[in-house]
Design a protein. Structure first.
Length: 402
């Protein structure tokens, strides 16, 4: 999906926000109607029934009729599609849209192709009941039948086209690379390269912490609290932009340089799940686990793999990550004592020494795991499928204990 930055005027920004409110209201009202289903009451109305009710509501409510019918009907179409995906088992249950979090609407059909070229760097899109809104054209506009306009928490407007970009062709040399994803080093390549996204600068981090303390002291609902929230959102958006920029450049470079890309098969969603637990069964080390979750999310593990699969379809291989961090790439010996620290790997058997992340990346590229090798895992071998980021302890011989 291609996304561009919009630059609406203050008047256009108010109209866009009104479209977002209408779309959110129609979505939530339609969702509430769907959730009222009971076996004894019979079926609730689908899209066509709700669209007819929307027409009646627009006649009765002038504030709703002042908005775009295209935007409001498309919100009902999106809701119907969300329920279809839920019953198909491919997506989760549709949820409520909240102000400040789900600010956006979609345009589909002939109205989605109304563009004009203003100059070499700027173009404009004709949005219903808003007019021509300028956008920054950083690359060629794709041919799409729909687009979605969103506003993030920092107040920036974007337009995203529903167009699948062309995949990047490989070099054709048969080169293979392995990628080890980590927290300290976001991506370590089997070639020895270490790369990570740029985070916040020290002064930016200090200002963020100061603003967060000020936000905690501000009165709820006050203008001061909203102003501080907007400042915090802008700093976090800057951090997210740097991470996404690093991911786009890194994945494009990998797709152009290598024909086969091996990546650890990690369940990032499960790994970043909160350890808070419940009131009856509270979790342990909750703050430490929260810090690890923030590190994983800041490294962009999930988006890195997703963009690789988009740019190099059919050339990304997911490898079992079990014991790749503990296995020596030179001799294949696997032991917990091999990994001295996060960055140092020294084999106890052959003395091979390398960067721990690079050693793991080379094992991933070659598909090497410790299952059936020098040292077996403690207990059932089915445990070997666990993530390398939570390596189980390996059994050691009496000679190793001495």
């Amino acid at each position: 999906m291609s996304r561009f930055r919009l630059y609406p005027t203050s008047g256009q920004e108010a109209l866009l926000a009104e479209h977002c409110r209408h779309a959110r209201f129609v979505w939530n009202l339609g969702l509430e109607q769907r959730l009222m289903w009971r076996r004894e009451r019979g079926p609730t109305p689908g899209y066509h029934g709700q669209a007819a009710q929307l027409t009646e509501a627009r006649r009765a409510e002038p504030w709703l009729a002042a908005g775009s019918q295209t935007v409001q009907q498309q919100a009902l179409r999106d809701l119907d599609r969300a329920w279809t995906n839920f019953f198909a088992g491919t997506h989760g249950r549709p949820t409520w849209r909240r102000r400040g979090q789900h600010e956006g609407f979609r345009i589909v059909g002939p109205q989605a192709s109304r563009f004009r070229q203003d100059n070499r760097r700027r173009s404009s899109v004709l949005i219903p009941k808003v007019g021509w809104v300028a956008l920054r054209q950083t690359r060629e506009l794709p041919v799409a039948k729909s687009y979605r306009i969103t506003c993030d928490r920092s107040g920036r407007w974007h337009i995203a086209f529903a167009a699948v970009p062309d995949p990047i062709s490989g070099p054709g040399t048969g080169d293979v690379v392995g990628i080890d994803r980590g927290v300290t080093v976001a991506a370590a390549l089997s070639t020895g390269e270490l790369t990570s996204p740029n985070g916040l600068r020290p002064k930016e981090s200090e200002r963020l912490h100061r603003l967060q303390r000020r936000f905690a002291r501000a009165q709820r609902g006050s203008n001061r609290r909203e102003a501080v929230r907007l400042c915090i959102a802008r700093i976090k958006a800057r951090h997210a932009d740097r991470r996404k920029d690093w991911i786009e450049k890194t994945t494009t470079d990998l797709a152009r340089r290598f024909d086969v890309i091996h990546v650890e098969n990690l369940n990032v969603k499960a790994m970043t799940r909160s350890a808070r637990g419940t009131a009856a069964a509270p979790g342990r080390n909750v703050r430490q686990k929260a810090g690890l979750n923030r590190g994983i999310l800041a490294a962009g593990w999930g988006l890195l793999l997703a963009r690789l699969e988009h740019k190099a379809p059919g050339r990304v291989v997911k490898t079992n990550p079990a014991y790749t961090s503990l296995t020596c790439n030179a001799c294949g010996h696997c032991a917990t004592d091999n990994c001295k620290s996060q960055a140092v790997f020294r084999c106890c058997a052959c003395g091979h020494q390398a960067n721990a992340d690079v050693n793991a990346a080379r094992n991933i590229a070659e598909g090497k795991t410790a299952v059936g090798r020098t040292v077996a895992a403690r207990g059932d071998r089915a445990k070997s499928a666990r993530s390398a980021k939570r390596e189980p302890q390996l059994a050691t011989s009496s000679r190793d204990r001495q």
